[in-house]
Design a protein around this ligand. Sequence first.
Ligand SMILES: Cc1cc2nc3c(=O)[nH]c(=O)nc-3n(C[C@H](O)[C@H](O)[C@H](O)COP(=O)(O)OP(=O)(O)OC[C@H]3O[C@@H](n4cnc5c(N)ncnc54)[C@H](O)[C@@H]3O)c2cc1C
Length: 386
Amino acid sequence: MHPSALFAIDGLLTDEERDIRQAVRQVCDQEIRPHVADWFEAGTLPARELARSLGSVGVLGMHLDGYGCAGLGAVAYGLACLELEAADSGLRSLVSVQGSLAMYAIWKYGSQEQKQEWLPAMAAGERIGCFGLTEPDFGSDPGGMRTTAKRAGSDWVLNGTKMWITNGSVSDVAVVWARAEEGIRGFLVPAGTPGFAVHDLKRKVSLRASVTSELVLDGVRLPEEAMLPGARGLSGPLGCLNEARFGIVFGAMGAALDCLETALAYAAEREIFARPLASYQLTQEKLADMTLELGKGLLLAVHLGRLKERGELTPEQVSVGKLNNVREAIDIARTCRTLLGASGITLEYPVIRHAVNLESVLTYEGTSEIHTLVVGKALTGLPAFH
Ligand SMILES: Cc1cc2nc3c(=O)[nH]c(=O)nc-3n(C[C@H](O)[C@H](O)[C@H](O)COP(=O)(O)OP(=O)(O)OC[C@H]3O[C@@H](n4cnc5c(N)ncnc54)[C@H](O)[C@@H]3O)c2cc1C
């Protein structure tokens, strides 16, 4: 029996949602799964080609309305994230950053001209975007950022460094958050703007099939129209992060599901002491415990998705989902690794790749500690951040 069948998850989905899940799964099976271990090993990702493929099935910015976006519901978007992350967290990161961070920022806070210029091409995967909030000295506390935006006549001049930026060097446009006199503002910085340099971060052990870059802004001069008019203060970038975190609630369960399916198949085949590994009680306890956490995580994800579709989802509830599902996904990946024995440490199986990828997922879009503090504040009314 398939683990999610025990929870009758499919019965909670519409036909359209199941079709979208199937379409994304097909792209992953054809274009990603056969190559992703090699990309991971080499530390590369053919982001441009993949963006076009994913754009052609309508996955990029699929939860946004208009401007070439599909305008689908939150659960459909979540299921796409689940399927992508079942292939690799790096793929889901590419899509999350494109759709929920870069496109969402333009869609939510941009001018009509900015939306027309960027969104249709980004939805089609012809152009890629990134989202520069984190700095070398400010990750969990982005309000301390040092990147500045100063007025120069009718132009703006940006100076600073952004760190750990997904899609950085493959992006046509960077959404950069900077401190202006009136507070934090967002800017669209096209690739190739004088003074704007991008360097890839090497020697990653996690999320290797993903582009991670440093953005350096050295006197980058931008016209007034480059500023996102609708975003003022930290609530601008935080609103985008909330969108992307929601995708992770589903995505992490995709990585966990891929590990569990792999472990189930392996345990059925592997003979130990002349019996299948799956026939031992210790193994079945591991499989049962993992299935419980997976099922609960999927139910939570669908529930949060339905709340989002009704406009009722709060940031604290997204924190609950991200904290729980990433934590459980890592536990599942590690337990599956034990079931595969030595084979579990190789890239012949996806399990160790998911396990190390999930270490990044635990940290980005708000670390597990920060989400714990968000939940703690919701429960007690007392902020314990500093
Ligand atoms: C692969 C990858 C891709 C990324 N992509 C992007 C991107 O596209 N755009 C972007 O802007 N950023 C991106 N990030 C950055 C990510 O969001 C940050 O790494 C994250 O916010 C944590 O910041 P930090 O690494 O500076 O850790 P720090 O903030 O220095 O945290 C270090 C430790 O301190 C803990 N901590 C922090 N505050 C408290 C507290 N109050 N109490 C107790 N403990 C605390 C943290 O939980 C953590 O365990 C990416 C990161 C990675 C790894």
